[in-house]
Design a protein. Structure first.
Length: 109
């Protein structure tokens, strides 16, 4: 029979490490993720200008990713029904915690 080399139980160390991971997650959440970033008033995509209209709170399953990025470097999202439109009326940018910034097409160009 093999002798047990260590008398301590591994479950105790696993529990301590899980608690440490959870505490570090809360620390980083409050230390670095507390402020909402600033977003531009206008977004340019495909020689079109979109103006900020409102912040919406919707499910992420309702959006799809638009090919390419805006001139400012943001990934633009569309609603699923507007996938085949060449010039969509509304585009969205993911803000944080399930909130999206809605931009409408500015026709004054």
């Amino acid at each position: 029979m093999l002798k047990r080399l260590s008398k301590s139980n591994g479950n105790k160390y696993t529990l301590i490490s899980i608690i440490m991971i959870i505490l570090m997650m809360y620390f980083f959440k409050f230390a670095f993720g507390g402020t909402e970033g600033s977003y531009p008033q206008f977004v340019y995509y495909g020689e079109r200008k979109y103006e900020f209209s409102q912040t919406v709170s919707e499910s992420s399953f309702r959006f799809i990713r638009k090919y390419g990025m805006s001139y400012e470097g943001y990934t633009l999202l569309l609603k699923r029904g507007e996938r085949n439109l060449k010039t969509p009326e509304k585009v969205y940018i993911y803000a944080k915690w399930g909130k999206y910034k809605e931009y409408k097409l500015d026709n004054q160009i």
